[in-house]
Design a protein around this ligand. Structure first.
Ligand code: PHE
Length: 465
């Protein structure tokens, strides 16, 4: 079991988990949906769901992994021998690999845009120039260029392959020399980069409107849909229900506290999302553009802002755009390696495969599915699965369905199947203060009743919507 590897300290374990949590979800979804559903009001709901639902899921998931020092399948087999739980656990090995396939396509886009930033070539391609001369509307060239890039056949596939290869190289190094070494540097760097960009963005004239968009608490905008979005966003953002937290926790040292790591990860993730909002929205408002979510925000709106900025100050625009796409790339990478590790650790633990062989097989599978996802923006755009393109289908299947199911599985397992003493040992071991014991009682109640009920509500609503 020792050859599985261990994170060297609580700090590095936390950086790896925070790196998994901080990703594209923080950068392209949070700022937009927070503003859309009432800014500060949305953030309050987000905070409440993080504390009352996500932290209990996080703890359940990580204690299952940490107490057994095994991945999802092996952990459930060990904790509930002879039961069928392990097969349910297998679902959570498959989910992150589906996510990795399409996430890696977007990771590839950020590779391409980092190159563009270095070459200062936003909105200057043939498609972009033509659109700019015809439409003349703000950002038309950048929109046309992005559309033409993602719908082409080879370029996005090559970028997707480069991104996946980078993942393979990091994970090949193992837990200590690969994942730990990479995330203990990139996660703090990511934070510094986004803070630098934020300071720049809030210094722009007209930035105040963007700040207001994000923080003004408008409860009238907080609809039922907004409340559900806040919960869903908290799930996705904290990488819950897909076995990544479980797998990373299985590499923690026995003496490192799960509670501290969990609270820090959740806090860091939210702070990062807020800073990303302050880095992006002021720039969007300063440029007089309507904010949007998803790929459009980072691959169309911001390149347009960089183009405009470049007309006044090419050097500044060059530096900020390179920093920005580097941030996106690092954020995506620290998340995607955690997805890859789930599949790899399963094959290494359960099938006794070497890391290299496991990575090769998992990456090949994700590469092929990713190619289909990439082509679904172009040559395969006609392929329709239940009303969705291949890319959207994978995204919806994973984030609206499998992630929620996985989270439910973990809290039910921890709350109703696992021995209570295993949870107590982690949170309030024998001899703990009465405060810790009370805290454990509250958390146990949340794990057993509150979190499962809330997850079931989200699940049913997702199915009906
Ligand atoms: N939390 C990541 C993000 O915000 C996404 C992710 C999902 C990472 C599932 C790992 C597992 O982008």
């Amino acid at each position: 079991m020792d050859n599985r590897g261990t994170f060297g300290s609580r700090f590095t374990a936390t950086m790896a988990m925070a790196g998994s949590a901080i990703g594209l979800g923080n950068i392209w979804r949070f700022p937009y949906i927070a503003g859309k559903y009432g800014g500060g009001a949305f953030i309050i709901v987000y905070l409440l769901s993080a504390v009352f639902i996500c932290v209990p899921i996080f703890l359940s998931e990580s204690i299952i992994g940490k107490s057994t020092r095994l991945g999802t399948f092996g952990a459930m087999r060990t904790l509930a021998p002879g039961s069928r739980w392990k097969w349910l656990g297998l679902i959570t090995v498959i989910t992150p690999l589906i996510i990795l396939s399409y996430y890696s396509v977007v990771g590839g886009w950020s590779v391409e845009y980092l190159f563009k930033a270095v070459a200062q070539a936003f909105g200057t391609g043939a498609a972009g120039a033509a659109a700019a001369s015809v439409a003349g509307a703000a950002g038309a060239a950048e929109r046309a260029e992005f559309a033409s890039f993602i719908s082409s056949t080879w370029k996005p596939i090559i970028a997707h392959s480069i991104f996946l290869l980078a993942n393979a190289l990091v994970v090949l190094g193992g837990v200590k020399k690969g994942i730990e070494k990479f995330t203990k540097i990139t996660t703090p760097v990511l934070f510094v980069l986004i803070v630098v960009i934020m300071f720049y963005a809030i210094s722009l004239p007209g930035a105040q409107a963007g700040i207001n968009y994000l923080v003004d608490a408008d409860f009238s905008k907080l609809t039922a849909e907004g409340v559900l979005s806040a919960m869903g966003q908290a799930f996705f953002s904290l990488s819950l229900g897909v076995g990544t937290i479980l797998t990373y926790a299985s590499y923690m040292r026995k003496e490192d506290s799960i509670l501290a790591t969990g609270c820090f990860t959740a806090g860091f993730d939210l702070i990062f999302a807020m800073i990303a909002g302050f880095a992006i929205m002021p720039a969007v408002f300063a440029a007089g553009i309507e904010p949007g979510a998803g790929p459009g925000l980072i691959f169309e709106t911001l390149p347009y802002i960089f183009t405009v900025m470049g007309e006044q100050s090419p050097v500044l625009s060059g530096c900020v755009s390179i920093l920005f796409f580097l941030t996106i790339l690092f954020a995506a990478l620290t998340s995607s390696i955690s997805m890859l590790e789930v599949g790899v650790s399963y094959l290494v633990d359960e099938k006794n495969w070497s890391r290299g062989k496991a990575i090769l097989i998992v990456c090949t599978g994700c590469w092929l599915l990713g190619i289909l996802c990439s082509l679904s923006f172009g040559p395969l755009s006609g392929v329709n699965i239940m009303g969705n393109s291949i890319f959207d289908f994978c995204d919806k299947l994973a984030s609206n369905f499998l992630m929620v199911l996985g989270s439910l599985l973990f809290v039910l397992f921890a709350g109703w199947k696992m021995k209570k003493s295993i949870l107590a040992d982690e949170i309030a071991p024998d001899g703990s203060s009465s405060v810790k014991i009370t805290l454990f009682k509250i958390l146990y109640f949340l794990i057993r009743y509150v979190a499962p009920l809330a997850i079931i509500v989200i699940f049913i609503t997702n199915l009906l919507m």
